[in-house]
Ligand binder design. Sequence first.
Ligand code: KIV
Ligand code: ZN
Length: 513
Amino acid sequence: MKDRLVIFDTTLRDGEQSPGASMTKEEKLRVARQLEKMRVDVIEAGFAAASPGDFEAIRAIAESIKESTVCSLARANAQDIERAGEAIRPAPKKRIHTFIATSPIHMEKKLRMTPDAVVEQAVKAIGWARQYTDDVEFSAEDAGRSELDFLCRIFEKVIAAGATTINVPDTVGYNFPSQFAETIRQLIERVPNSDKVVWSVHCHNDLGLAVANSLAAVLAGARQVECTINGLGERAGNAALEEIVMAVRTRADIFPVETRIETTQIVPASKLVSQITGYPVQPNKAIVGANAFAHESGIHQDGVLKHRETYEIMRAEDVGWTQNKLVLGKHSGRNAFKSRLAELGIVLESEEALNAAFARFKELADKKHEIFDEDLHALISDEAVTPAQEHYKLNYSQVCSETGEVPHARVTLSIGGQESKAEADGSGPVDATFKAIEQVVQSGSELLLYSVNAITTGTDAQGEVTVRLAKGGRVVNGQGADTDIVVASAKAYLNALNKLYSCQAKVNPQGDV
Ligand code: KIV
Ligand code: ZN
């Protein structure tokens, strides 16, 4: 019997700390449901004290998720822990993850606390957290640059106080696999009550070593890995869930552990997170990149055709790659539509939402005869912008673009229910449309990113556009999909503006005491 390796996903917390990756409550719920379907053990749903919006999102996830443990991060203070405890209350399985920095530089310069005071605060935090749940995780922030003796001391105390998981983060991605493995080995050996807890690691990728460090730690005795879909996360990101899971599974000869992850859900999860956050997946990314299973050279193709294992160590279908599958067409009815959504694991909250999505599906099927699973995902994403969030809405757009002429756009928007019109010239049809929208909205935001992707193949494919906007220190992503790229762009721009309109200021958990 192998040990279980607990997969702790922090896409919704550390992943969301990536610039521009902030998600709405509905988007977080969709990601959480996909993580549950993938059988992730623990979902870190957010940092409840960051903002009322974060609290609500964690609460909604706690109400909806039944199989995975729902966790909230909290700094080691009573107010944060109370918010976390309240947010996760409805979840059948719940965890509070509390942390405090332990490296000399963080204690002295950031916390301005003595090591003794840090130990005392950590012990108190565990006591507060245990009032809400028996499942309490403690992290020593910047453990990767902390003194081993101090880590042994603080860990012994928090275990005695009731922590059930001890997490060792390499917060700044400074560690090296053999050294990090030695740290974990020493901690497990030297902390007298180390057998009472699950040892966990949380590695950042600043030197490209997050996965290597995490796997080395597993070989040294760690039994929980904190990771994110596509390796999303602060700066260079966190360890990529898909790489950890597939390494452990593919090299079962090396690892004395197994996960309970349903690996066929990995690619759908990757696509969902990429689509929602606007962070594209590089084509040569392991496991989930578009080329990860593509054999370009003749020699490789020949080898794979003769015997797949000549060049493949994993099967594409085992991680969820499928052929573009024609699923529905213009004659498909509401029931066929509904059951395909169910097969894809897409749950719509109400009959009203289903009817609205079905109406959009019919519109799309008129323009595009073959509808693929990818089209359905995009259509539901568009639908996820609920009317409450849709302060700005596109009613009409027209663009004139002729060789040798300056492109000109006209738009009609509904703003909080009031209709407004504008027109503008631009250097291209998209530029003209954005300028016309900006004339009405006057958001004063800065465009940080504009990207277009074809959702499927063929010239009738829907274009999926991501727009990243910044205003007053806030960064948001908007998405829009349509067979008309200019309309998709206008939708994405308005989606981002809607997010700027509704989003509140947030506290970064690691930026403060
Ligand atoms: O990187 C880090 O140290 C963290 C902690 C809050 C676990 O994200
Ligand atoms: Zn982190």
